[in-house]
Every structure is written in C-alpha cells, then in structure tokens.
Design a protein. Structure first.
Ligand code: NAI
Length: 298
C-alpha cells in the first residue's frame, strides 16, 4: 500500500494553536493537507482570546512548505462553526476533514457545580463539535467524501472525580460520533473518536511520572490515519497515548432474564446481571436488541 497522503484535501483542526491540535495540524500538513488552523487562543479554562497561537501554527506550517490559514472564531456557537467552515471555503474551496479537538477545563466536585462551570464546557466540547461539523457535513455528503475525528477522553468513557461537566461532554461526543457514523457511511463520510492522553498545558500538572513518555506528537498518527482516504473504519472509539492505540468498546453481555422480572430477582441475580459472559459489541442500537432475543431464545 502507498503511504498515507492528503493531496488536495482540506482539513479543519479546531483548537490547533496548542497541544494535541497543533500536532494534528502539523502532521496532516506534512502529508499534504491544506489546513484551517482554528484556535480562539484563550486560557485552559476558556477565558480570554488571542490571535497569536492560531497564526503561529499556520506560519509554522507555511514555513515548512505547507498550506495553512489561521482562524480565531470560537467553536462554541453556530455562527462560529459556520465562520470556520467558510474560512476553509474562502481559502481552499472545499472541506474534506474536520478534527474536533478544541477543549477547556472547569473542574469542580459536583456538589460545588455552578452554571458558569457547566455551560462553557458543554458549549466548547460538545456543541462546538456540532457547530463546526454541521456545515462541513452537508458539503461532505454532497461530495461523497469526508472524515470526522472527534476528541473524547478517558474522563468521559470511564469517569473522573471533579469532571462531571467534562465527562458528560466527552461521552456526549461518543454518542455524536456513533450516530454520525451511521448517517455518513453510505456516502463515504466516516466518523471516529479518539480518547487521547498527552502532556499538554491542559494536563501538565496531572500526569506525574508518565508525563515524559506522553508526547502529543505520539497521538496524531492515529488522527492522520482516521482522517485519510485509506481509513475504512467508522464509529470507532480509540484510546491513544504515548504510542499505544487500542479500540475501546461499549459491550453488553447476555445478562439475566426472567419473563416476570421482580426487584428481588434483580437483587438476587446480580452475579448473572454483571457477568461478562457472551459479550457482544453492538454496531448500532438495533443490534443491542439482539441480546434480548439471544437470552429469550436460550
Ligand atoms: P490544550 O489546552 O493544549 O489545547 C486546547 C486548545 O483548544 C487550546 O489551544 C485552546 O485555545 C483551544 N480552544 C479552547 N476553546 C476554544 C474555542 N471555544 N474555540 C476554538 N478553540 C478553542 O489542550 P490539549 O490537551 O491539547 O487538548 C486537546 C483536546 O484533547 C481537548 O478536547 C481535550 O479535552 C482532549 N483531551 C486531552 C487529553 C490530554 O491528555 N491532553 C486527555 C483527554 C482529552
């Protein structure tokens, strides 16, 4: 097989002024993609704005011989999403790839949560992915080609103290991706989601002794593959950190069945309910019904 390349393709990478997004943009550009480097340029908690980071990364790509344009709109509104996609159209005339990566943190134990800690986190991560993807999606469907890569987190998939807001947004992106995958498949518009781990300004105080091995550039090869025309997977969740990549699944075992289920039966049959026997990994919601038929027909 030939190496993965992006001749003529146009990619939008959100939050590409720092950390993971910057690496995604640099690595896509190095393989020939023309890049919209989007970044609002605020702090980790999402306050402030600065045109510098997006411009710096766009300049870095151009000085390495690539093509890039900076954009500083926030992903967190419909107008912002439309402006980001319009930037791609104005500069390059098309959109083939959207990497939804922009993110902020406002961690707080749930009992102390206030609206200013919830709304911006949902708006940047979850709504942001909707607002940037939507106008691009319409173009991708029409042209019969597109790749969407979303960014979840172990905090969403598995839970993390102090991150109800962030975890809900990140698990929301899994649901978003799974539905997109089903809607886009027939038109060769594929959608996958990564749960990365990397040393960035967002995590530099959190990673401890692992930090040195978690360079963000070790995550981007997965994004490059998922964004490419050689990618033939969709609806997948991939955990990626420090050079390791692994599929993560939502799976369902056979479970316990009673025709006349009572609360006491639930209490008394916990072992059968929780047993991981006969796991299936449904590709869609309808396939999940299959486990009911399997157990009823047993
Ligand atoms: P980072 O803080 O270095 O990068 C995030 C970028 O998003 C920043 O450049 C920021 O300016 C930009 N941004 C924030 N709000 C924006 C908005 N409204 N519009 C446009 N841009 C905006 O952090 P990092 O670590 O590179 O994070 C990238 C993504 O990966 C985030 O979605 C994060 O939640 C996710 N992630 C990172 C992990 C890690 O270990 N670094 C772990 C799990 C998930």
């Amino acid at each position: 097989m030939t190496d993965i390349g992006f001749d003529g393709r146009v990619a939008i990478v959100t939050g590409a002024g720092h950390g993971l997004g910057r690496q995604h943009a640099l690595q896509l550009a190095a393989r020939g993609a023309r890049i919209v480097v989007n970044d609002l340029g605020g702090t980790v908690d999402g306050t402030g704005a600065d045109a510098g980071p997006a411009q710096q990364v766009a300049d870095e790509i151009k000085s390495a011989g690539g093509e890039a344009v900076a954009n500083t709109d926030s992903v967190a509104s419909q107008e912002g999403g439309e402006a980001i996609v319009q930037t791609a159209l104005d500069a390059f005339g098309r959109v083939d790839i959207v990497v939804n990566n922009a993110g902020i943190l406002r961690d707080k134990a749930f009992h102390n949560l206030t609206p200013d800690l919830l709304d911006p986190v949902l708006q940047v991560h979850l709504y942001g992915a909707f607002w940037v993807t939507l106008p691009a999606w319409k173009l991708m469907r029409e042209q019969g080609y597109g790749r969407v890569v979303n960014t979840s987190s172990a905090a969403g998939l598995f839970g993390n103290f102090g991150q109800t807001n962030y975890g809900a947004a990140k698990m929301g992106l899994v649901g978003f991706t799974k539905a997109l995958a089903q809607e886009g498949h027939k038109r060769n518009v594929l959608a996958n989601v990564i749960a990365p781990g990397a040393r960035t300004r967002m995590t530099e105080d959190l990673l401890g002794p692992m930090a040195d091995s978690l360079d963000p550039e070790k995550v981007s090869p997965v994004v490059v593959y998922l964004a490419s025309d050689q990618c033939d997977v969709t609806g997948q969740i991939l955990s990626v950190a420090g050079g390791r990549v692994s599929r993560v699944v939502v799976a369902e075992p056979l479970g316990y069945y009673s025709k006349d289920l009572t609360p006491e039966q639930v209490r008394d049959n916990w072992d059968a309910i929780a047993s991981l026997e006969d796991l299936i990994v449904p590709d869609n919601a309808n396939e999940e019904i299959g486990q009911l038929l399997n157990v009823v027909n047993r």
